[in-house]
Write a protein that binds this ligand. Structure first.
Ligand code: FES
Ligand SMILES: [Fe+2]
Length: 395
């Protein structure tokens, strides 16, 4: 299999962590391949490399614009191990900054909040919502502080983080080296032709802590194989014989099926995308854009599933539910049908989580080498593991 451009020193580090066989199998045909070996799920060094080489260099979903709806709203979040914050500015633009004071490196914000300015709790340096330093009390001696009308310049103002928006979804790119978000999301837009994404509205989110490596969340998300064993309600909605393996188009995996009829939580009782074709009105389509932006679209929803790595054996998953139009997302009229969607996702995820936790534990067995995969169902899962390796090894 042709390999993407690689940094040879990084390839050596990856091989040292995975073993040569573990590395080579990632590029082997599915019949000879395995999953990634145990160190990819348990090693601290591997975890740090993923944070640095993947989560700090890619576009990463950092939240919904609706989580910071008003000027002054702030959401802190950690991406790739870096504390950052999303800030709704007075000019109505959303900015992102590294969440750190330029004096002694104190974190500025530790929970979602509403602020007129950021005052560091340590020595009270104060920054505007635009990140500019405004004041340093007592900096030059007792009662000899200074103030700044136009900020303190690049050594003193908050450090900006690149941010871009995709239909109410906010993405950040810490390295500032990723290609433009519009380009990165192009495969998604192609798969969602006929879906008017301007109609989606954030209805809320659910979060879960999972005692498993973040990659297991996506490996599980991508494969239909386990549906018959784990998800009775989902199986009833869409049986095994209408499900397939999905495929990759560049950085994006996609899959879809046509379901026989709508169900609670999946298309029933809520407004659908405007002018949706009859074909799309009976379709579930889902995708995963590397490294972690997963979406399931039903006629009545655009649901985002993202996992944030916290440790080799722990991640936090957020499910953001976008419905069609303001009334569906927040109005009383649809409260019950909206709750069905939240309950459906909560229940479905719980069915997966005990398996994810168990797979993490299973990877403590030294005899397990990544396992044999189903060529019918799991080729895309194997491709995903290879893409993780490729992102880490990229120059
Ligand atoms: S660390 Fe922030 S003011 Fe000193
Ligand atoms: Fe599942």
């Amino acid at each position: 299999m042709a390999k993407c451009a690689q940094d040879p020193a990084m390839v050596d580090r990856i091989k040292a962590l995975l073993g040569k066989a573990g590395y080579d199998q990632a590029f082997a045909p599915i019949e000879q391949a395995a999953g990634l070996p145990n160190p990819a799920y348990w090693s601290d060094e591997w975890f740090e490399l993923e944070q640095e080489r993947i989560f700090r260099r890619a576009w990463v979903f950092a939240g919904a614009r609706a989580e910071v709806p008003k000027p002054g709203d702030v959401k802190p979040i950690e991406i790739g191990g870096v504390p950052i914050m999303l800030v709704h500015g007075t000019d109505d633009k959303i900015c992102a900054f590294q969440n750190v004071c330029r004096h002694r490196g104190m974190r500025l914000v530790d929970e979602p909040c509403h602020r007129a300015a950021f005052t560091c709790p340590y020595h009270n340096w104060t920054y505007g919502l635009d990140g500019q330093l405004r004041a340093r009390p007592h900096f030059h001696g007792a009662n000899k502080g200074d103030t700044f009308k136009d900020g303190g310049g690049e050594l003193l103002d908050l450090i900006p983080v690149r941010i871009a928006e995709f239909h109410g979804c906010l993405f950040v790119n810490i390295s500032n080296t990723a290609e433009p978000l519009e380009t990165w999301m192009q495969p998604v837009l192609e798969k969602l032709q006929g879906y008017d994404l301007s109609a989606i509205r954030w209805a809320g989110k659910i979060d879960f802590t999972i005692e498993a490596n973040w990659k297991l969340v996506y490996e599980n998300y991508m494969e239909n194989y386990h549906v018959f064993a784990l998800h009775p309600r989902l199986l009833d909605f869409a049986p095994m014989n209408i499900r397939g393996a999905g495929k990759w188009c560049g950085n994006t995996y996609t899959n879809n099926y046509r379901f026989p009829k709508l169900a609670k939580g999946r298309g029933e009782g809520l407004p659908h995308f405007p002018e949706l074709s009859a074909d799309n009105a009976s379709q579930a389509v889902w995708f995963l854009t590397m490294p972690h932006f997963a979406v399931e679209a039903y006629p009545d929803q655009f649901t985002v599933l993202v996992a944030y790595p916290e440790a080799p054996n722990r991640c936090r998953e957020e499910i953001h539910i976008f419905l069609i139009g303001d009334e569906a997302a927040t109005g009383d009229k649809f409260a019950e049908a909206r709750q069905e969607v939240f309950t459906m996702w909560e229940d479905l995820n719980k069915e997966d989580i005990s398996i994810l936790n168990g797979m993490q534990h299973g990877r403590r067995c030294p005899g397990y080498d990544g396992g044999r995969l189903s060529p019918h169902w799991e080729e895309s899962t194997h491709d995903y593991a290879r893409k993780v390796v490729e992102m880490m090894a990229a120059p």
